[in-house]
Design a protein around this ligand. Structure first.
Ligand code: GAL
Length: 960
């Protein structure tokens, strides 16, 4: 390799943040300075190494006519050039910092542009070229002049270019390297996606225009006043007409204001006017403080009901448009989420504007993770190596300077999973010296040396409770800090379970200030054959499979049942009661707002059908207050049967994030208990031509197997204990709890055999005795099916007695059978969505309808899903099934075995039979894919059990 070629790419492996860029400053859209978006189609050439091509493409007149095209913002690997790679924490290259592989995909990007007609005279003022995000290292030329190079993928970089611009034919050349020294600082658990993935903009900078400015807007909750001061590198005036404020930069004014909070995101419109420019300001007055060991905003402790948000779009990767960002914010607000941790890098800055506007607390996290060094005991970790400290400080500064004017940002986070070291301390010290108005977060150091909050990830319930009680020990400093779970409730696949149990703890102990579910959205990549692709689907030599699909939203942003559960668990209003005294207890669980934005209603329901409804008058209740509110008398003439009050809190008026009548919270109060079905055993089993008949039931005389109920053929009815293991059943190797998914398989619960011991035709019952057990093991389930009938209906009682030494819980316990045709399903019980024992808060008792197809939950990696809980009765395929007690209902067009074998949804091919599971019980979900398993009360222990179902033929289903 020649020396000259080598020098051209030296910067790639240089630990420095780069050279040539301007100091960082806030991101905003100037009111009057002209701008030109350089987003759109760019010419593109991909090279296999950093030095394969020289830099002649940056010269004027270069003919790139033969090059491909890519869209900017975008990632070239999602546009047909190369492939994405997914690893959780392993570096997909040898760890030899700061060296990177010779095979270093390098994308040359070229764009020729003219200045628009209205671009001011080039002699007046300057211009900057801004890159909002490029992964992972870029070198930039304009009109043949080398402007410099930079690293820090999710951070802004600006270059002064005024002196180089011409009115037409400007040649902007950007060389982007996938791997660089910066990659060692960007080992976040996500796809590696090179490219210019955020906006590129040319900004006119008139003479005397603003440089850096810092809006300080605090709130004194005792006085009810806000104090505003705007510091600016270029002096000017600050006006907020609504508040009568007109002052010089650097001066302050104190006036009565309404404070900003995530619940009441009051923003004041203002302006910073310098000689050359008017800068719009959106000012939220609020004060963040650590006092008495609690995070307080405007004097009050806050409870974070948060999510970790990676930027994700199934087609565009991390190149998000504004509509998608807004969709995220709206979905969060509509699901009662009040906080976001921007895991694990500063988001596109427009997202923070939305957080200010709609109201979300933000932990803004720096673009820093060095997790892969854990594999070598954190040796050579860049955050503990002074050579890297300038790069770390550069990253901290680019985050803070860009985002410091957002009221929504209440904590700065140093980064994620980067071990410990001097570099982190340097970052924290710099941040605190620059911005004393916010707190500092970092999870990776249990001593909390640099932080204002004790943060953990995936601590189990018992530990969280100990922390809440202050019994967890730790350094002297840590013991005085508030606690948050910066990640918990790993939402991979079906789950998380245990959310309600965490929330109870968060609401019980002051020190626990809530948490952030991991994570917001599945990072599945839209794929023509696979539906959504995950790690390994692009032939990566190293990958972490579907660990990248662990969100509350599916990749297409449809809410998963986990999000619906989370919404219910974190409701801002508690609604609970017992019918005995005819009252319902309403609790305002918000931190700032009273209940005046909500309207309350009741509905009286019998057997799930509303009989009457009305409005409920609820006092406005200050935060934290409760009231017992009297319900009306049950309506006269209501039909007999199981009855409930359903009380709802809805938006009283349209809000920016949801329309009037959007349901914010609800609760059900049982009134009259259900009568479980009884069937008098009056019919006799009758033998005939190879069959036994009992009431509407027809059985195989030799095996006792049910063949039909009335005219409805039924096949394969038998005990079932297997479920297609969930990601949480399979668990992660580093979790301490037993990984039952693996044990179940080892013990053969997926290959149970059914030994027929007896078919007994009695006077009033047909009894079939079996033993259900797996090859190689002594444990078994002695199972007795006892069939009786009153002539019209057929009752099955299943009695299960475990035999042998059962050391594991069961995945499920119930029966399954096949129907030859079924489409529409209706039921009375929990709904509308799926529910499992430790994720059933959002399941509301009612009458529901669906189709077999719509009962499926589209987890990216197929697994157990779709169970409806607390079902009293269900009708499908011409059968009516009543349960005593209530049961879980599942129906699908493939078997559990097919579901279990599928790796992608496109593997699931509907067969001729609809397979129905009626489960007496299910094992809990937990979140062991990266956290604790289900809590013991949700374990389905192998114990003697009995349950029954009553079968009859159903009226023909109505077509919708
Ligand atoms: C955490 C990490 C996240 C993610 C999660 C598991 O350790 O901070 O980035 O990897 O585990 O999905």
């Amino acid at each position: 390799m020649s020396l000259s070629t080598h020098t051209v790419t030296d910067y790639v492996e240089d630990v420095s943040p780069g050279s040539g860029a301007l100091p960082p400053r806030p991101w905003y859209a100037s009111s009057d300075a002209t701008r030109l978006s350089l987003n759109g189609a760019w010419r593109f050439r991909l090279s296999p190494t950093a030095d394969a091509e020289d830099d002649s493409f940056a010269e004027e007149g270069y003919d790139a006519g033969g090059w491909a095209e890519v869209q900017v913002p975008g990632h070239w690997v999602l546009q047909g050039h190369g492939s994405p790679i997914y690893t959780n924490h392993l570096y997909p290259f040898p760890v030899d910092p700061p060296r990177v592989p010779t095979e270093n995909p390098t994308g040359d990007h070229l764009r020729v542009f003219d200045l628009p007609q209205d671009w001011p005279d080039l002699a007046e003022g300057g211009a900057v070229l801004r890159f909002d995000g490029v992964e992972s290292c870029a070198r930039v030329w304009l009109n043949g002049t080398d402007l410099g190079e930079f690293k820090g993928s999710r951070l802004p970089h600006e270059f002064a270019v005024g002196h180089l611009l011409r009115s037409a034919g400007n040649v902007l050349a950007v060389r982007v390297h996938q791997w660089s020294a910066g990659s060692y600082l960007e080992d976040q658990d996500q796809w590696w996606l090179p490219g210019i993935f955020r906006d590129v903009t040319l900004l006119h900078r008139p003479a005397g225009s603003a440089l850096d400015f810092f809006v300080h807007a605090s709130y004194d909750h005792r006085a009810g006043t806000g104090t505003l001061r705007v510091d600016s590198d270029v002096a000017g005036r600050v006006t907020v007409s609504e508040l009568g404020i007109d002052l010089a930069t650097g001066e302050s004014a104190t006036v009565p204001v309404e404070p900003w909070s995530a619940e009441t995101p009051r923003l004041y419109t203002g302006e910073l006017a310098t000689a050359g420019e008017r800068v719009p300001l959106r000012i939220g007055f609020r004060t963040v403080a650590l006092s008495d060991g609690l995070i307080r905003v405007n004097g009050r402790p806050v409870l974070f009901k948060g999510v970790n948000r990676h930027e994700w779009h199934a087609e565009k990767g991390r190149a998000l448009d504004l509509a998608t960002m807004r969709e995220d914010v709206l979905l969060m607000k509509r699901h009662n989420v009040n906080a976001v941790r921007t895991s694990h890098y500063p988001p596109h800055p427009a997202f923070l504007d939305l957080c200010d506007e709609y109201g979300l607390w933000v932990i803004d996290e720096c673009d820093l993770e060095t997790h892969g060094f854990t594999e070598q005991g954190w040796r050579d970790n860049p955050v503990d190596d002074d050579r890297w400290t300038p790069a770390l400080l550069d990253r901290a500064a680019r985050m803070v300077e860009r985002d410091k004017n957002h009221p929504s940002v209440v904590l700065w986070s140093l980064g994620n999973e980067a071990g410990t070291g001097r570099g982190l301390t340097a970052m924290a010290q710099w941040i605190k010296s620059r911005d004393a108005s916010r707190l500092v977060h970092y999870e990776g150091d249990p001593t909390c040396r640099d932080t204002d909050v004790y943060a953990r990830m995936y601590a189990d319930h018992a530990e969280v409770e100990r922390i809440g009680q202050g019994l967890d020990g730790g350094t002297h400093k840590r013991r005085r800090l508030p606690f948050i779970q910066c990640e918990y409730a790993h939402a991979m696949g079906n789950g998380p379970g245990g959310l309600a149990d965490y929330q109870r703890l968060f609401e019980s102990y002051d020190r626990l200030q809530g948490g952030f579910v991991w994570e917001w959205i599945d990072h599945g990549i839209a794929h023509p054959e696979l539906g959504h692709a995950y790690g390994g689907d692009f032939g990566e030599e190293l990958h972490d499979g579907n660990f990248v699909c662990d969100g509350l939203l599916f990749p297409d942003r449809q809410p998963s049942p986990g999000l619906v559960e989370f919404k219910k668990v974190i409701e801002p209003v508690g609604i609970a009661g017992d019918a005995g005294d005819g009252t319902v207890r309403i609790t305002n669980k918000q931190d700032f707002a009273d209940l005046s934005a909500l309207a309350f209603s009741w509905s009286y329901e019998v057997e799930g059908e509303p009989v009457r409804c009305g409005t409920l008058s609820v006092p406005e209740l200050a935060p934290g207050e409760s009231a017992e509110v009297k319900l009306p008398a049950p309506p006269d003439g209501a039909p007999a049967g199981e009855a409930h009050w359903t009380v709802r809190a809805v938006l009283a008026a349209d809000t920016p994030w949801a329309p009037r009548d959007h349901v914010v919270a609800w609760g059900q109060v049982p009134v009259a208990q259900r009568q479980t079905p009884t069937v008098a055993a009056t019919a006799r089993p009758v033998s005939g031509d190879g069959v036994i008949s009992l009431g509407p039931g027809t059985f195989d005389a030799r095996t006792g197997a049910l063949k039909a109920v009335g005219g409805v053929p039924v096949c394969g009815l038998r005990l079932d204990v297997w479920r297609a293991t969930t990601d949480n059943d399979d668990g992660a190797p580093w979790q301490p709890d037993l990984r039952y998914g693996l044990l179940w398989r080892k013990l053969g619960l997926h290959r149970m055999r059914h030994r027929l011991d007896a078919v007994e035709r009695g006077a009033d019952a047909l009894t079939v005795r079996t033993r259900v057990a797996a090859a190689a093991w002594e444990m078994g389930l002695s199972t007795v099916y006892r069939w009786t009938s009153d002539g019209d209906r057929l009752r099955l009682k299943v009695s299960v007695t475990p035999e042998g030494d059962w050391t594991v819980p069961l995945p499920r316990l119930g029966v399954r059978f096949g129907l030859s045709a079924a489409d529409r399903v209706q039921w009375y019980g929990g709904g509308p969505g799926e529910a499992y024992p430790d994720s059933r808060t959002a399941s509301r008792v009612g009458r529901w309808q669906s189709t077999v197809d719509d009962l499926q939950t589209p987890y990216v990696r197929p697994q157990e899903n779709g169970a409806r809980a607390d079902v009293r009765w269900a009708e499908l395929g011409g059968l009516r099934i009543e349960g005593a007690p209530e049961f879980f209902l599942t129906a699908r067009r493939w078997t559990t075995e097919q579901l279990d074998a599928a790796t992608h949804r496109t593997d699931l091919v509907p067969g001729d039979t609809v397979w129905v599971n009626l489960d007496h019980a299910q094992h809990g979900l937990g979140s062991q894919s990266c956290g604790p398993g289900p809590l013991p009360p949700y374990h389905l222990r192998a114990e003697p059990a009995a349950f029954s179902f009553v079968f009859s033929t159903a009226p023909a289903p109505q077509t919708s």
